[in-house]
Design a binder for this molecule. Structure first.
Ligand code: Q46
Ligand code: ZN
Length: 318
């Protein structure tokens, strides 16, 4: 197959885009498509300072690189979760550090074990819920807090079309209406203090970001987080890949139809946000879920019996 632009040998064929491209044409296409996605959803304004959440994986490092190449002011944030299995956290931090040097940019590192007194896997014995749920809460908390403290205008994450459609399928199967309402490539800032979030890669499949990372020589962590192996999102991704195999563009249409429907469907009103009375971060509770976790940890460390009632963190944002 030949590149549609220059007739060189194509390295990627994207049936959903009816497009085959060679390596160098693909890199330009990928970066240009990111720029068009940013414009389509009005994600960023000129001069804004963007905090890019990086995990050391292909999507987030590629996003950091593309935004930098597009002239966006970026700083990255890496949250060390303390996952020792397969040396996952240390290896992914090393990848993020090396990339910081390569981009000549800057990386903020938060070490959860140092900040909270306990790594993310260790919190399992405190919580009645899965590690990933606590992990997500902790990551959202530090992302927002770092963006707020550093006066960033937005947080950018490397979620791709496979991630977005897997969430969409999961949320639809459970009819989680409040999640469906907030699943969008750009979430505006919400007072008091919940920062804007953007997903410039929302239209790329995993294969497309992996191809971009490979062609531009990005050195990323190839192993998945050990906890991801049990995630239901993997099952959803497999189902969606099978559907895509039999009908190119299905994932994209599934996602686009959600975005269109959001304007017409009646969703429940979102709970009002206020400031957590301990940490001042936005929450729908009087004390945010993060502060509840951190109080439990302190109590365990002080060997006091837990006096905290099990507050369900029915909050999407912390
Ligand atoms: S990092 Fe954290 Fe994910 Fe690992 S522990 Fe689960 S949520 S799988 S994106
Ligand atoms: Zn708090």
């Amino acid at each position: 197959m030949r590149c549609r632009n220059c007739r060189e040998k194509a390295v990627i064929h994207m049936p959903a885009h009816k497009l085959a491209l060679c390596g160098s044409c693909y890199i330009s296409w990928f970066e240009g498509y990111t720029e068009r996605t940013i414009q389509k959803f009005n994600m960023l304004k000129p001069g804004e300072q963007i905090l890019v959440a990086v995990s050391g994986g292909k999507d987030s490092l590629a996003l950091w690189q593309v935004l930098t190449r597009l002239g966006v002011n970026t700083t990255a944030l890496y949250i060390h979760l303390g996952i020792a299995q397969k040396e996952y956290s240390d290896t992914s931090l090393a990848k993020a550090r090396a990339f910081e040097e390569r981009l000549n940019s800057s990386l903020i590192v938060i070490d959860v074990a140092k900040e909270l007194g306990m790594s993310v896997p260790e919190t399992k014995r405190l919580m009645s819920r899965k590690v990933c749920a606590t992990c997500g809460l902790i990551k959202r908390y530090y992302m927002n807090k770092t963006a707020a403290d550093g006066e960033f205008d937005a947080i950018a994450t490397g979620h791709n079309l496979d991630d977005e459609t897997a969430s969409l399928l999961g949320n639809t199967m459970e009819w989680r209406l409040s999640y469906l309402k907030r699943q969008h490539p750009v979430l505006a800032e919400r007072p008091p203090g919940l920062k804007k979030k953007v997903k410039p890669f929302c239209y790329f499949t995993e294969k497309e970001t992996a191809t971009y990372a490979f062609l531009t020589g990005i050195d990323y962590i190839m192993t998945e987080c050990p906890y991801a192996l049990h995630a239901s999102s993997i099952e959803y991704k497999n189902v969606l890949n099978a559907l895509e195999e039999n009908g190119a563009g299905r994932k994209r249409r599934f996602y686009d139809h959600l975005l269109k429907a959001q304007g017409h469907l009646a969703f429940p009103e979102e709970a009002e946000l206020n400031r957590c009375r301990i940490c001042n971060q936005p929450t729908t509770l009087s004390v945010c879920s993060f502060c509840n976790i951190s109080k439990k940890i302190r109590e365990i460390k002080d060997k006091k019996p837990s006096a905290i009632s099990r507050q369900h963190s029915a909050v999407a944002e912390v």
